[in-house]
Design a protein around this ligand. Structure first.
Ligand code: ASP
Length: 323
């Protein structure tokens, strides 16, 4: 009798969850962005949310859970209900956090189900509008004699701007004073106002301000010059050989999110990446949209694993970590 009751309740639980899956999504989905509103991750998320919501026939609401270089928002999703109604858009920081944080409250390799890769965004080394140096060579010379009073903004330990700054300081063999923000949207505002001197940030945030000449652009972090900025050299060609960072982004869901839900999200992501409005916006902002075959859990997992393996020794060598 006891067995029968257990079986019956199991069957009804299964029926409920199957029904719930069949209707998924039947209410708005939250996409957590672990950085400030108006910044580069937020810009990608809002565009992507729009593109994915068409195929999901549900609204995707962006929730900016900023702070601690993206780890607060990432942790929020790691601890959220695994029901498909909370997802995360996070970038390269997912692969650098394990080496940077001694007590990371989540595990990038264990706390999530992977949905897929989204875009890859180059970065730009920019300065306040009154920075006198005319080019990278002059900037490096200026930093050599004034480095101790030059400030470099970032979005906290674990952010892409932090990683770029770390690589830059290691390449020029000089420490600068770093100033953390909750995202590079407020950092860029302060750069334009002259409150900080330097910032290395994604083109999804800096393109408009570079075009409007509200900041000084020195270099890009891609291997080749960018189509949107043919006159801005790469750091690699400007004397920092081998300097290269591309900020890849992925969509994650809490561990335990049912497979049919993940499949539905993957389908919406693949459709979303092909949305002409999304790809147009991304290309205007210098970001490269991943091919549909990379908008899969397998591709995101493989990317994450290889990036953790790539960055961990570099970060350990730099000796930087947060508690
Ligand atoms: N992507 C971050 C933001 O949206 C900044 C960063 O990672 O540097 O503000």
């Amino acid at each position: 009798m006891k067995l029968l009751t257990t079986l019956l309740s199991l069957c009804s639980a299964l029926a409920v969850s199957t029904a719930a899956l069949a209707e998924y999504p039947d209410r708005p989905i939250t996409m957590v962005v672990p950085f400030a509103a108006g910044g580069p991750t937020d810009v990608v998320a809002r565009s992507l949310a729009q593109a994915m919501s068409t195929s999901l026939k549900q609204t995707i609401v962006v929730d900016n859970a900023a702070g601690a270089g993206g780890t607060i928002g990432s942790n929020k999703v790691a601890k959220a209900a695994p029901d498909g109604y909370t997802v995360l858009l996070m970038h390269i920081g997912m692969s650098t956090a394990p080496a940077l944080y001694k007590n990371l409250p989540f595990d990038p390799l264990k706390s999530y189900e992977y949905v897929g890769l989204v875009v890859d965004t180059p970065m730009t080394l920019i300065a306040k509008p009154t920075m006198a140096a005319a080019n990278v060579k002059d900037l490096l010379a200026y930093l050599k004699s004034n480095g101790n009073k030059v400030t470099m903004a970032n979005a906290g330990i674990g952010s892409a701007s932090h990683l770029c700054g770390l690589l830059f300081m290691s390449a020029i063999q000089q420490d600068l004073t770093t100033v953390p923000y909750r995202g590079t949207a407020p950092a860029l505002n302060d750069l334009m106002g002259g409150q900080v001197d330097l910032l290395c940030d994604q083109t999804t945030n800096t393109t408009g301000q570079i075009q409007a000449q509200k900041v000084k652009a020195y270099a890009v972090t891609s291997a080749q010059r960018l189509a949107n900025f043919k006159d801005i050299p790469t750091l690699d060609e400007s004397g920092l050989a081998g300097f290269r960072v591309g900020v890849w982004h992925g969509v994650y869901a809490p561990k335990g999110t049912p497979k049919p839900v993940i499949d539905r999200l993957v389908q919406a992501l693949q459709t979303g990446l092909k949305d002409p409005a999304f790809s147009k916006r991304m290309s205007e902002l210098g970001a490269t949209v991943y091919d549909s075959k990379d908008a899969t859990p397998q591709a995101l997992k493989a990317q994450l694993e290889s990036e953790i393996a790539k960055w961990t020794p570099i970060i350990r060598k730099a000796g930087v970590y947060a508690e």
